[in-house]
Design a protein. Structure first.
Length: 308
């Protein structure tokens, strides 16, 4: 009797789990090749798309090592001959060494970054935590400025700064940042502050803290991802800003990097394309380093809406 029971098929939960395990074992070998193929196809598509996107950058780097007569004659990525003199010529061929224009852009970027961090964070705290009359209307008007192109306000701004005698200086480019004119960063910080629990404010207020101490000692240390995002985007936008610098900076000594790169091109004479591409590669190095070291903060600034 015991022998018959031992030979009889099992039933119950143990039997069903064994059957499911054997079925998955039979299905798994068939599914693995399909998953491997689909994953390989996805990776191949991503690699091809990445190469297409990075091709202009690679072409610029290769063109910076070519003689001028071969840049457009041989548009491929494999140069026939290398010409490293483009970097030396580009560094020294303008009215000032190219380091002078790099320093001008650095000073401009630092001023704009400091202005945005101070003004936008204070404005965001006011919109997110303070209660005052017309707060919602003011916030809506601020958001509406995001839809205004810069060409609409550039003429009245130029007239204003011209009357104050600030044209051909960096003040028209730096001073507006201290007035929280970048509504995008204000909105970003407002959303971040709204995700911070108000219990922290109440605990600080019980300890006798006012709004300034709450902001500087409680809110500001928690806003590191949003502040880092503001820093990175301000750096990228102002480092590559051509239109604003073209409007307000007229003296070659005050030129920033985009205006200096434009100086290599001459519509009436010969253009030094090799030197321009070489200095373009040099000007991309600060952007690459800033994005490389600030990438994790950039992702946190957009992904997080509060504290961990």
């Amino acid at each position: 009797m015991t022998d018959l029971q031992s030979k009889a098929p099992a039933s119950g939960p143990a039997a069903s789990s064994d059957a499911a395990g054997s079925a998955s074992a039979r299905v798994a070998p068939r599914a693995r090749p399909r998953r491997l193929v689909s994953r390989s196809i996805r990776h191949l598509i991503m690699i091809v798309a990445s190469l297409v996107m990075i091709y202009p950058l690679l072409w610029m780097v290769v063109s910076s090592l070519r003689p001028n007569e071969e840049i457009f004659r041989n548009p491929g990525l494999f140069p026939v001959s290398l010409d490293f003199s483009n970097y030396q010529r580009g560094w020294e061929s303008l009215a000032q060494p190219f380091s002078h224009y790099l320093m001008n852009s650095t000073l401009l970027v630092l001023g704009c970054v400091v202005g945005n961090l101070i003004a936008c964070s204070l404005t965001a705290y006011a919109f997110a935590r303070l209660r005052f009359w017309g707060r919602n209307i003011a916030f809506a008007v601020m958001l509406m400025t995001l839809m205004l192109p810069i060409h609409v306000v550039i003429v009245p701004q130029y007239i204003l700064f011209s009357q104050t005698g600030w044209v051909n200086t960096m003040l028209p480019l730096i001073l507006p940042k201290f007035l929280a004119t970048d509504a995008f960063f204000v909105f970003l910080m407002v959303q971040f502050i709204r995700g911070i629990p108000r219990e922290l404010d109440e605990a600080a207020r019980i300890d006798g803290c006012g709004h300034f101490r709450i902001f500087f000692q409680v809110i500001l240390p928690l806003m590191l991802p949003a502040l880092a995002t503001t820093t990175i985007f301000t750096f990228m936008w102002m480092w590559n800003d051509f239109f604003g610098s073209l409007i307000y900076l007229t003296s070659p000594d005050n030129f920033t990097v985009p205006l200096a790169l434009k100086s290599f091109l001459d519509t009436q004479g010969s253009s030094d394309w090799g030197a321009m591409f070489a200095m373009s590669v040099v000007s991309l190095i600060p952007l690459f380093l800033v994005f490389l070291f600030g990438q994790r903060f950039l992702v946190k600034g957009f992904a997080t809406t509060g504290i961990k």
